[in-house]
Design a protein around this ligand. Sequence first.
Ligand code: ADP
Ligand SMILES: Cc1cn([C@H]2C[C@H](O)[C@@H](COP(=O)(O)O)O2)c(=O)[nH]c1=O
Length: 285
Amino acid sequence: MWGIAGAGRAGVSLLFRRVPRLVSAHCAAGCNICLRVAAGVQTWVQTWFQSRAYVRTGPHQTPGKLMRIGEEKKMVICIEGNIASGKTTCLEYFSKSSNIEVLTEPVSKWRNVRGHNPLALMYQDPERWGITLQTYIQLTLLDRHLSSISAPVRMMERSIFSAKYIFVENLFRSGKMPEVDFAVLSEWFDWITTNISLPVDLIVYLHTSPQTCHERLKHRCREEEKVIPLEYLESIHQLYEDWLIKQTSFPLPAPVLVIPADHDLKTMLHLYEENRDKILAAPCV
Ligand SMILES: Nc1ncnc2c1ncn2[C@@H]1O[C@H](COP(=O)(O)OP(=O)(O)O)[C@@H](O)[C@H]1O
Ligand SMILES: Cc1cn([C@H]2C[C@H](O)[C@@H](COP(=O)(O)O)O2)c(=O)[nH]c1=O
């Protein structure tokens, strides 16, 4: 179910006051048709609010934003890091905890949308297909942020924020995304983040060197990614560093916990366990 955070009676009455004003802008005399349209719109708005409105009182309250009711008390942790840094492996580890529900990136959708593979197309020809892939990634990650879960903690792989601040930004800065495509994606992103509540309580940054990721990526051997050179991972790494370590490029949706992640698997699992309390102690903002 959906609601408008902080939208109580005041919000409804404001809308009611605006409808007649909109009508009079069209027809100063207030003709019969206009008055009937105004009455119809008012009834519809009233019914909509009565059936769905919700005044948010939870820790994630952001007045005026759409939100999914019931999710406000849950903790949201996003696992961030370069391609093949070990995010999925980290999520797999925490998925064994009964109080945590993990949401991996929907990569299978990015590789197959109604029989098309936008991930492969983007790597083949980023100028042409970057906008297609990133539009779809933005949609599917928004869906991930908004999906309802039963556990008290939601642990997500990446976020709508990193898709925009890292991957879209990288395509644009490297001259592989036309300015108009970047403008349209940015308009979508700004609308979504202005109007929809997407709370994040903690970002866990798996800090790796691009070389480590290149090795792991070759080992994983995803068909579409065989063309990825080390330089691509270096660019993604730099954007992550500016965002999450230097904190100079884009707004941070949450505090950042950095975990060094160049170590072998056994050491990493040990580090995850060592950091469990810090991760789960993140306050719901
Ligand atoms: N600490 C590690 N040491 C060596 N290999 C690893 C480690 N963590 C993950 N891998 C392997 O590296 C590849 C990428 O890991 P994955 O968890 O899929 O990364 P991501 O989800 O960040 O892309 C996989 O083949 C995985 O088995
Ligand atoms: C979020 C995001 C991802 N991609 C690409 C990068 C990788 O090839 C895959 C995700 O794999 P990972 O191992 O989970 O890092 O998707 C992209 O091109 N654009 C994006 O916004």
